[in-house]
Write a protein that binds this ligand. Structure first.
Ligand SMILES: Nc1ncnc2c1ncn2[C@@H]1O[C@H](COP(=O)(O)OP(=O)(O)OP(=O)(O)O)[C@@H](O)[C@H]1O
Ligand SMILES: [Mg+2]
Length: 460
């Protein structure tokens, strides 16, 4: 159904309910909503105040809700119309002076459908409340044991997903930095906006065909009509699909973020997710930023990439549940271990076991950064690097150098092109980061990773 057709249906509904046709503002809101624009954008385009537009919008959704007997908001408007038309076979009838989008038989179908959804929610969503609940399969999402900080990151994600209709987001970051927990927490805040929320872990299901089969089976439990492609469900329902541990689909011992040949189908899927018009969102969670998404990101504003980092030193909440002493030293400890929750948990355990909880004593004891079991986490990253990447990071670790793309050490025996590719790849793996040195942009090795590498062979 195209936009003029939907506007016509909305106009008929409003007319049948109020005896008046859509006015200019109402029509602009409906068109803007169907084009996935937020109120700010619509207000800008028609030169009207945003608050006035929002008030008009609220009244409009209320009239439409009354006319259709279903709670309609800006977020679910397109979906509800599509759903109603789908069940009615696009054949709507006038009942009691209202235009009803469903025939009696079909409305039973919708009602049954809604009941299945509710039943499912009772089983799967513990904090069931009266607001609309999605059908969700979060069995692979991590349980949220602790969640602190990341409030600005949460706001960014909410804005991207709910206001800007971003269709594909890649969340990447070091292992155990809190990526899966962050998305799990985000879901608790945005779930009411979706029809389906599905979490899949790609250490369980790999091939795209297998994923498609698995998801179709899942949707099939709730929908009579099945579609051949995941994208069809994205278009017909508002879905949030999370693909976790995505790095499992990338090559190891080569440059970062490159699909293994057997998983190339995912890149076509991404392209479609980004370029076709829908209100669903795919979130990819990975240790590495996918390489081919960079070019898509430059050309399409429905795609975003986010590097999740640790907490800032002043966010001491993460240490508060532990019986640690010397509160004045907590920020120093958090900064030293980059606000990385798992690294900090490892260190806190050592401080409690061996230093009677004294952070000051722990910090004074070590001349160098103590790693302990953090090494096991870092080893996962090291084992994925290419030979040339290893060459560069060992050199960086052992020379206390910044990495400046304009002054390549001859000892590395790399051409400029090779060197640039390696820098890009190490950045995609979150192992180096851009800093400013005397006004120049240079790269530096992650300090914890650097400490880990110091014990290894010096290539000089
Ligand atoms: N915001 C947070 N506040 C407190 N603890 C956290 C937070 N985020 C994550 N953690 C803790 O850090 C650990 C790692 O989190 P999580 O599994 O989400 O990391 P991850 O980045 O998904 O790791 P991986 O890439 O290896 O899958 C967990 O024990 C989790 O409870
Ligand atoms: Mg994870």
């Amino acid at each position: 159904m195209n936009i003029p057709e939907i506007v016509k249906i909305a106009d008929d509904l409003i007319f049948s309910h109020t005896g008046q046709h859509l006015d200019y503002l109402q029509e602009a809101i409906i068109k803007g909503t169907l084009e996935y624009k937020n109120y700010t954008k619509i207000a800008e385009e028609i030169n009207c105040s945003e608050s006035h537009l929002k008030n008009t919008g609220a009244e409009l959704w209320q009239v439409l809700s009354d006319a259709l007997g279903e709670h309609i908001t800006k977020n679910n408007f397109r979906h509800i119309l599509n759903k109603a038309l789908f069940f009615s076979g696009k054949d709507y009838a006038t009942v009691n002076n209202n235009i009803n989008l469903c025939s009696e038989r079909d409305s039973t179908k919708v009602q049954q459908q809604t009941e299945i959804e509710r039943e499912d929610d009772i089983v799967k969503t513990p904090q069931n409340n009266e607001s609309k609940q999605p059908i969700s399969d979060l069995s692979y999402a991590p349980e949220i044991l602790n969640f602190s900080g990341h409030s600005s990151e949460l706001s960014i994600f909410k804005q991207w997903i709910l206001d800007n209709n971003i269709r594909l987001i890649t969340l990447y970051g070091l292992s155990e930095i809190g990526k899966s927990t962050f998305i799990s927490y985000l879901i608790t805040q945005i779930k009411d906006n979706f029809d389906y929320i599905i979490w899949r872990n790609l250490s369980e299901v790999h091939h795209f065909d297998k994923l498609t089969y698995d998801l179709r089976q899942y949707f099939g439990k709730f929908q009579q009509q099945t579609f051949p492609k995941i994208l069809d469900y994205f278009i017909n329902y508002r879905c949030l699909l999370i693909l976790d541990d995505f790095q499992n689909l990338f090559k190891t011992n080569e440059l970062a973020g490159e699909f293994l040949p057997e998983y190339q189908d995912y890149s076509k899927f991404f392209q479609e997710v980004v370029t076709l018009s829908h209100q669903s969102c795919l979130i990819i969670i990975s240790w590495e930023k996918p390489r081919h998404l960079s070019s898509l990101e430059r050309n399409n504003h429905h795609l975003k990439t986010f590097h999740l980092k640790g907490f800032a030193g002043n966010n001491t909440e993460i240490l508060q549940e532990n019986d640690l002493q010397d509160e004045d030293k907590w920020s120093e400890l958090i900064e030293l271990y980059q606000g990385h929750p798992s690294w900090l948990n490892i260190i806190v355990e050592i401080i409690n076991d061996l230093f009677n909880g004294s952070v000051a004593n722990f910090l004074n004891y070590n001349q160098e950064l103590f790693l302990g079991d953090i090494e096991l986490i870092l080893e996962r990253h090291l084992s994925r690097l290419s030979l040339s990447e290893k060459k560069v990071i060992y050199w960086l670790a052992n020379n206390d150098n910044y990495l400046d793309i304009f002054t390549i050490s001859s000892k590395l025996e790399l051409s400029n092109i090779e060197f640039l590719k390696i820098v890009q790849s190490l950045e995609r793996r979150c192992l180096i980061e851009k800093v400013t040195n005397n006004g120049d942009k240079v790269f530096q090795l992650n300090s914890v990773f650097k400490q880990f590498l110091k014990g290894f062979i010096n290539i000089n």
